[in-house]
Ligand binder design. Structure first.
Ligand code: 5GP
Length: 254
């Protein structure tokens, strides 16, 4: 088989040219980074789990009428998605205080917010993804006001649906990060959900014990990262066919 052209390599994924025009392949790596690359390691089997979890969540969201870039799964580590023009925003939706919100405002982690909070960060590694306002987005032309309205509305609908889905399997959806893209079809443009939704970009806590089941286990050197991702997949009822993903280990930690 001819080698595919690599379009882009990110920290956790590689994007290859797709088999048809207007498509790309997302390959999920086992690599993990935190603190904008300050810490890196390998979580064996993570790519397989994130591919599966993201596929499942994107499909369920699609069924709820949320437009996504997802087309179909190709194999254990790859999925075919529509090629979109990524909007350079990290859209963070928060239900419970954690992470940078806790640090920025000196709030204790675990406090439920009185209402869902949507924040925007400028997707730019060199600048450390700074927190921005809607004014920055419109002023710098990263998105038009109508696009931003659509993005916020989609982000809140995604949150409503995912909160219910995770609650049903004993998991609290604390917060998560979404990315959106512009999809052009016959001169028409639609905003669609892109990237991935997985324990790499969600905070998921066990509803009973508050135990962390997401990438914070890696960021905070808590261990058991792969096992936690596997448990998320198990609760969603979507473990890979053989019921497990290789040995879980973290190597190459810097
Ligand atoms: P925080 O701003 O508290 O660090 O992150 C909020 C939420 O967005 C968390 O669920 C976190 O996983 C996700 N998030 C924010 N920025 C990034 C990022 O650059 N990469 C990934 N994978 N997740 C992010």
């Amino acid at each position: 088989m001819a080698r595919r052209r690599q379009i882009y390599e990110g920290k956790a994924k590689i994007i290859f040219e797709g088999p048809e025009p207007g498509t790309v392949v997302q390959y999920f790596k086992d690599d993990a980074t935190a603190g904008n690359g300050a810490k890196s390691g390998v979580i064996t089997g993570k790519g397989v789990l994130n591919n599966r979890i993201s596929e499942y969540l994107m499909l369920r969201l699609g069924e709820m009428g949320i437009p996504t870039h997802f087309i179909r799964s190709l194999n254990m580590r790859e999925q075919l998605v529509r090629e979109v023009e990524i909007i350079p925003l990290e859209v963070v939706v928060r239900n419970v205080v954690a992470g940078s919100l806790s640090k920025r405002f000196g709030l204790p982690e675990g406090e439920r917010l009185p209402r869902t909070l949507v924040e925007y960060y400028y997707k730019n590694d060199a600048l450390n993804d700074p927190l921005i306002s809607e004014e920055h987005i419109v002023t710098f032309g990263w998105a038009h006001p109508q696009e931003l309205e659509e993005i916020q509305s989609l982000a809140l609908r995604v949150n409503d649906f995912l909160c219910g889905l995770f609650t049903g399997v004993g998991i609290t959806l604390v917060d998560f990060k979404l990315e959106f893209g512009r999809l052009w079809q016959d001169d028409e443009m639609r905003i669609v959900l892109a990237d991935e939704i997985s324990p790499d970009n969600c905070r998921l806590w066990d509803s009973q014990t508050q135990e962390k089941m997401d990438k914070d286990r890696f960021r905070r050197d808590m261990g058991g990262v792969g096992e936690a991702y596997q448990e998320v997949a198990r609760r969603l009822g979507i473990l890979p066919e053989n019921g497990q993903v290789e040995t879980v280990s973290t190597e190459g930690m810097r």
